[in-house]
Design a protein around this ligand. Structure first.
Ligand SMILES: *Cc1c(COP(=O)(O)O)cnc(C)c1O
Length: 455
């Protein structure tokens, strides 16, 4: 039997992050301020350290990973690349299925790949506190862990529905020393205004971002950290794809299709962008490789949104970014993949989709849990509900291969484990999970409120 787990050594942890901007056919569209002009770095310095802003704007292909960050990466990196033999057999497919497993990180997902460098660069800049938001709790946990490692205080605004559904994610953040509030909260103007109108508001990522940004903008000792969407976050996540390429090289394989579930886009970026580098370099084996972002049908940003300038948060505090969006005040249905409930998407992922270099598909909730359970029975690992979206897409492709007899090599990033999501699995087992129809009316209403700038 060929390899099951393709392992690397600590020395194989990448020394540089890969910046896809260097290989994009067109430069990224700049973020715009309220006056419709590009936002200069001075404005953003109120909430981000200079080093991260440099990365945000950089067009350099390779950006060095500081040694103290690599030191912490060593706690769980390199992560394994695994062949899902048993799943292949269960499906009876001629396709080969590989996955990179990011659930081995201490916080249980890929998000620590960026929380650690973000904490490091903030510490270097003399910052004492980080305010941030979390949807499902994965980002809050990752930021809590990283803040603790570098001696920063961390305050987390946690979307109310998750705060209530996931008490142990909260405990985890508290274990690493973070303060956690349900959002909307009465700590900020944004939160108070929303609660005054609707005391039972369940929160959204957009609202929680507004709260965290408001706090960072009004306190000099405090910066803001975002767990996805921004260019520097996508950059940090490329360690996933860079390691995967080394692992594939070891076994003389190369994927025909790369899948990543997609909320704000950094997970997909992390696994997929390094393969775009091979395409850009004219590497023959990469020529036909497809890169597929997988999102929920209930929050179909890339597949049903429009490509335009919009705010990153619900209240319009952030600069406007050119991205696929459902409108900044779109409230996605309360699906269990909390990490995929975001109205917008990474500007880099959006532009690459717009230019036809990557693809996007959407899958419905119940089928994603069916895929996750099948994967667990075959491979043992219980995936996060977000990751189940990629697994659904991979299983569907493997079943197509069974019909056509094609032995394609399929690869996905298993972005996290589902150990804190078992209440969602319980609801699936009890037949209580719903598929939400494409929320056309809510999306149309929200799109009617897009800022009228930039075009
Ligand atoms: C946050 C999260 C995602 C979504 O990541 P994005 O980078 O925002 O697309 C996927 N999987 C897991 C396990 C997550 O925690």
């Amino acid at each position: 039997m060929a390899d099951m787990r393709i392992q690397l050594e600590e020395k194989d942890i990448p020394t540089h992050w890969y910046n896809v901007v260097s290989d994009m056919p067109n430069p990224p569209s700049p973020p715009l301020g309220p006056d419709g002009n590009p936002v200069g770095p001075e404005k953003m310095l109120a909430i981000f350290p200079g080093a991260l802003l440099e990365q945000e704007m950089s067009a350099e292909r390779w950006i060095p990973i500081p040694e103290p960050v690599r030191e912490i990466y060593r706690l769980w990196r390199p992560t394994p690349l695994c062949r899902a033999w048993r799943l292949e057999q269960m499906l009876g497919t001629p396709a080969k299925i590989y996955y990179k497993y990011e659930g081995v990180s201490p916080a249980g997902s890929h998000k620590v790949n960026t929380s650690v460098p973000q904490a490091y660069f903030n510490k270097q800049a003399g910052i004492k506190r980080i305010s941030t938001e979390t949807g499902a709790g994965q980002w809050g946990s990752s930021m809590a862990l990283a803040g603790n490692m570098f001696g920063l205080d961390v305050r987390v605004y946690m979307v109310k529905v998750s705060y209530d559904q996931k008490p142990f994610r909260r405990s985890m953040m508290q274990t690493w020393g973070a303060e956690v509030f349900a959002s909307p909260s009465n700590m900020t103007n944004t939160g108070r205004a929303i609660l005054a109108k609707d005391p039972n508001n369940e929160g959204s990522l957009g609202i929680a971002i507004s709260e965290a940004v408001e706090e960072a903008a009004t306190r000099p000792d405090t910066n803001y950290a975002l767990g996805s969407v921004l260019n520097h976050v996508c950059l940090h996540q490329t360690v996933i794809g860079l390691e995967a390429k080394k692992q594939f090289a070891k076994i003389n394989e190369y994927p025909d299709i790369v899948f990543g579930c997609c909320g704000g886009g950094s997970n997909f970026a992390g696994v997929a962008f390094p393969f775009l580098a091979d395409k850009a370099a004219g590497d023959a084996k990469a020529k036909n490789t497809r890169l597929v972002a997988v999102e929920p049908t209930s929050c179909p940003t890339l597949t049903k949104g429009i490509y335009t300038y919009d705010f990153g948060d619900a209240s319009g505090f952030t600069p406007m970014m050119k991205m696929y969006t459902l409108g900044h005040d779109f409230m996605p249905p309360g699906i269990h993949a909390g990490g995929l409930r975001y109205h917008g998407d990474s500007p880099l992922v959006s532009q690459l989709l717009h230019e036809g270099l990557i693809e996007a598909i959407a899958v419905p909730q119940v089928a994603t849990f069916a895929a996750g359970v099948q994967f667990s029975k075959a491979e043992g690992i219980i995936p996060a509900p977000e990751s189940n979206h990629a697994i659904r897409a991979v299983i569907d492709e493997a079943l197509r291969c069974k019909e056509t007899g094609e032995a394609k090599t399929l690869f996905f990033n298993l972005s996290g484990h589902g150990h804190f999501d078992m209440a969602s699995y319980d609801r699936y087992f009890a037949g209580k999970l719903e598929d939400y129809e494409y929320p056309r009316a809510a999306i149309e209403e929200s799109l009617a409120h897009l800022p009228k700038v930039g075009g």
